[in-house]
Design a binder for this molecule. Structure first.
Ligand SMILES: C[S@@+](CC[C@H](N)C(=O)[O-])C[C@H]1O[C@@H](n2cnc3c(N)ncnc32)[C@H](O)[C@@H]1O
Ligand code: SF4
Length: 306
């Protein structure tokens, strides 16, 4: 093995992610037209969230507590997000999952469409010391919001966000509450008014571009285009992705779980990370610029890239 090959091998094995996504549930109460859009779909809006062929379910609490969390700790994970596909608040055990994660010393966060957050749930989340909750609200009026969050109600989610922020303030909670705004050609005109509304609620505002190969959905303001990333993709070295049944997949755009690299019911994260097929996948990904023909098939039309 030449020196360079050896360094590359070391890089592939030792550059381990410190973040992890655990899909608390694959079920969802909304049908956002861009969400299901993965590598195989040609256009946004042609595939509904409910068309996912993979079975929909919740992560088993015993699997999470007895296998996933200890394995994550041993691997060196510091931060867990409880969303992947699906809406975390659809899982009734979400708060228990946060509590268990905190007991393991993890930073615990989830992204949510927010609509199912009752006052009781807000209190429970704050009691559990959740570290970050990001609300996905892609518009500043019902007319615009409903184009993205199909089935959602803008006034309702704003009321919920306002109440949650107010409860957190009253308790002097350290929770980070964020408003996430995915910028598209449909809503870029409301971006600044949404930012102002978010500021008035005392909530951090995060704007990010819609990942899509469908140019008609991409924002028209050209400065957003720089947000589409260039290859080689680094995500596999920053986040470890686990679907609700324990399947390990390379990234969050593997919506259907087409590239299953291992399963946490059978193996630890460390064992799966070192499996030849996982190493090979990372190698091909890291080499994608030099050898584009060897880039994994699933990555070739990823919506996050130009
Ligand atoms: C799949 S959702 C699951 C969590 C939750 N249901 C929600 O909507 O926030 C996770 C995050 O991905 C974002 N998302 C979904 N599809 C996207 C896309 N095509 N481009 C960029 N972000 C996307 C959502 O807005 C959300 O912030
Ligand atoms: S609410 Fe989240 S998981 Fe559900 S369809 Fe929308 S983006 Fe997807």
């Amino acid at each position: 093995m030449t020196n360079l090959t050896h360094i590359f091998e070391e890089y592939i094995v030792h550059r381990k992610p410190t973040s992890m996504a655990v899909e608390s549930t694959a079920a969802c109460n909304l049908d956002c037209p861009f969400c299901r859009y993965g590598q195989s779909a040609e256009l946004v809006g042609q595939t509904a969230h409910s068309d996912i062929e993979r079975k929909v379910g919740n992560v088993d609490l015993a699997l999470y507590r007895d296998k996933i969390l200890p394995s994550a700790k041993e691997f060196g994970i510091k931060q867990i997000q409880l969303h992947f596909q699906g809406e975390p608040l659809m899982n009734k055990k979400l708060v228990e999952m946060i509590t268990l994660g905190k007991e393991s010393g993890m930073w615990m966060q989830f992204f949510t469409n927010g609509l199912l957050m009752t006052e009781k749930k807000m209190d429970e989340l704050l009691d559990a010391n959740v570290d970050l909750v990001r609300f996905s609200i892609d518009g500043n009026s019902q007319d615009t919001y409903k184009l993205h969050r199909v089935g959602g109600d803008f006034d309702q989610v704003i009321e919920i966000l306002t109440e949650f922020a107010s409860k957190a303030r009253d308790r002097s909670s350290k929770v980070k509450i964020q408003w996430s705004y995915i910028v598209t050609s449909n809503n870029e005109h409301e971006l600044e008014s949404a930012r102002k509304r978010s500021e008035s609620l005392g909530v951090e505002f995060m704007a990010k571009v819609l990942n899509t190969q469908d140019v008609s959905w991409r924002p028209k303001i050209s400065s957003w285009l720089k947000d589409y990333k260039s290859k080689p993709c680094q995500d596999i070295f920053t986040i470890f992705n686990v679907q609700w049944n324990g399947d390990v997949v390379p990234c969050c755009y593997d919506v259907e779980g087409k590239v299953v690299l291992g399963n946490l019911v059978d193996n630890t994260m460390e064992e799966i990370w070192r499996l030849p097929r996982f190493k090979e996948f990372r190698k091909r990904l890291a080499n994608a610029k030099a050898k584009p023909e060897e880039e994994p098939e699933i990555c070739k039309s990823c919506p996050a890239y130009r």
